[in-house]
Design a protein around this ligand. Structure first.
Ligand code: NAP
Length: 278
């Protein structure tokens, strides 16, 4: 199994990479600028796999998902390195730059955030899906991965079928008026998941959305005190911060064959935040 994870140098992407490594996946760890963190994550993945009794290969790849040439480069790198792609995880994302009030959001901020958080995953998924369809129709052309398997269509393969998993957010349905661009992008990823799930089901490609809640990463570090207070005050039924591993375990579950007759599903990884309470 070969998995490509965008934004896997730090935070949630790193947690996803480590969980997939434990499951024996070969990995492409994408990053934007932080090569040192990506190398560290790659080394930690190899070590975690070894502890789990697995031998894997991990490559790191610089690419800005908002740049069309970089997206092509990332897919080409995966093809050259491994000859196949089984799982794409669209994780890379940025927060609202200034957390401005919705009445003060600028067009530049809006365009940049949507380019990274929405256009990036939409068009990277398009490239990955085209290649997955090609792999499904020519299974013999795929090189064996380090588990010695060649990719076959999902309904014949006992669980190594193609998956596309997108990390959206509770912001897909929660209105934060000082992060309008972020909320709009995350809501749109929900429809993106439905669209690709509907289009790719017949080709044996299953498409899922994961909605993390409040997860301790560099992204949430600047608002830690505020969220500490909210969580202590009962914001989430489960009274703790999420950790990247929580999201990683959900991705590992979806990347396996836990839900063989389900596509387009949303998995909430939020300590129960989404439950309406009275
Ligand atoms: P983070 O700690 O800030 O890490 C962001 C990761 O994305 C880094 O690996 C970074 O690479 C990479 N990245 C940023 N811009 C990129 C670009 N243009 N192209 C490629 N990679 C890029 O963020 P996080 O908290 O782990 O968030 C990961 C995802 O989960 C995001 O989509 C975020 O919206 C979502 N999410 C987060 C939370 C939360 O509470 N943390 C909650 C819900 C959803 P470098 O290291 O090279 O900068």
């Amino acid at each position: 199994m070969v998995s490509l994870i965008t934004g896997a140098s730090r935070g949630i992407g790193r947690g996803i990479a480590i969980e997939l490594a434990r499951g024996g996946h070969d990995l492409v760890i994408n990053y934007a600028t932080n090569a040192g963190a990506a190398r560290q994550t790659a080394a930690d993945c190899v070590q975690n796999a070894r502890h789990a009794g697995k031998s894997i290969r991990v490559e790191i790849a610089q690419a800005d998902v908002s740049v069309p040439d970089d997206r092509r480069k990332l897919i080409d790198f995966t093809r050259t390195s491994f000859g196949q792609l089984n799982v794409l995880v669209n994780n890379a994302g940025i927060g609202s730059a200034r957390r401005p009030d919705i009445l003060e959001t600028t067009e530049e901020e809006f365009d940049h955030l949507l380019a990274v958080n929405l256009k990036g995953p939409f068009f990277l998924t398009q490239l990955a899906a085209q290649w997955m369809i090609d792999q499904a129709s020519h299974p013999a052309t795929a090189q064996p991965d380090s588990m010695g398997t060649r990719q076959r269509p999902a309904d014949q393969d006992g669980g190594s079928g193609f998956k596309i998993i997108t990390i959206s957010s509770i912001s897909a349905y929660t209105a934060s008026t000082n992060r309008a661009d972020y909320c709009i992008a995350k809501a749109a990823l929900g429809m993106m998941t439905q669209l690709y799930a509907a289009r790719l089901a017949a080709q044996g490609i299953r498409v899922y959305e994961i909605r993390p809640g409040i997860i301790a990463t560099d992204m949430t570090a600047p608002v830690k005190e505020k969220y500490d207070q909210w969580i202590a005050g009962g914001l989430t039924p489960m009274p703790r911060w999420g950790i990247p591993e929580d999201v990683g375990r959900a991705v590992a579950m979806l990347a396996g064959n836990a839900l063989p007759f389900s596509t387009g599903e949303i998995i909430n990884v939020d300590g129960g935040f989404h439950i309406r309470r009275l």
